[in-house]
Design a binder for this molecule. Sequence first.
Ligand code: CAA
Length: 388
Amino acid sequence: MKIGIDKIGFFAPNLYVDLKDLAEARGIDPNKFLIGLGQSEMAICPETQDSVSLAANAAYNILTEEDINDIDLLIFATESGVDLSKSGASFIHGLLNLKSNVRSIEMKHACYSATFAVQTAKAHIALNPTKKALVLASDLAIYGLNNSAEPTQGAGAIALLISKNPKLVEIEDDSAFLTTDVLDFWKPIYSDVALVDGHFSNQKYQESFIEVYQAYLEKTNRTINDFKAICLHTPYSKIGYKTLKMITNEDAHPELFNNYQLATTLNRRVGNIYTGALYLSLLSLLERANLKYGDRIGLYSYGSGAVAEFFSVIVSKDYEKHLNKDKNDHMLNNRMKLSIKEYEELLLKKIDGTDITFNQMDKKDNAYFYFKGISNHQRLYAKKHNFE
Ligand code: CAA
């Protein structure tokens, strides 16, 4: 039985910072961000979006009534959770009006947990072929102001519907994975921002890639020539490019590098979305590359701390008929650009537990679901009424 990704939903908040503006404000040559990191814009959340509402909006973009009836597993993968006890999955279950007989859970392992969720969902569908599983990967990458990680921030969510006979890609049974105990990137419970040992994190990302990629090749008896494209976890697009260059070069495999550029087009405009970054790259590739039925795509997932996994997917017949490229491009092209002052003010805002009610600001947030505020320490979410 073929099991894989049937649909991919994507949602980015309506605000962004142009990295040329950020470079100018920080007194840095813009080419460091544009070429050195390979990033051009970063998505920023208004106060009315968080990891829960971003994820609900990504799912809302793809789910039909039939899907809602068939889903019996919901996994919310995030490292930007809104509560240490109540699962974001249960908020989302309510917002999406899923049936009550659904298993749901929130998972965390830095940027890796969505891949664990995808593999768990695949195993679930193998046992329950008439059902569907919804995997949501949603994060706000925030490092704070005036540091070297600042231009690699971002925000957004990916929704993956996992089913049998998938319309987009089949997931193969070939994963190679590893766990190591390292402190390359982390977010202490008392901190509002992620902390990172930047160059060490790059090193672990690349060393882990080599290890799981080699293990994958040995396990499958495949070579690099078996891949039409390789998508990698994309904290910023340059790192994936440099990592691919560790295993080949552009003269030997021009198509792999061309497809890597296509696979990071969305990531360069959204920034790091942690758990969803690999799957945003896959979406970017599917929407832009010239792929054929049966082509194999390698996927490298990396979550600091660290877990890494390399696996592959096979492109489904007529996959291009089941994408929403125009809608996704329209969403990014119509975002509101923030001045650096506006961005800094937004990033420094904090929720301290006192009651607050947000009125969804049309210009800053045009999403269907939004975070409405806090009442008596309870988080409240709402739907935008003029969409109904
Ligand atoms: N024109 C063109 N290129 C320029 C330039 C200019 N004027 N100035 C500098 N550059 C280049 C540099 O040569 C360098 O390129 P190479 O890597 O090819 O040598 C690149 O720009 C970056 O320069 P630096 O290394 O000096 O940058 P930095 O030290 O200020 O910070 C960073 C880079 C460490 C990635 C930092 O942005 C960071 O900490 N980011 C967050 C951590 C991260 O994303 N880690 C990735 C691996 S961990 C992971 O994947 C998990 C996750 O999601 C966080």
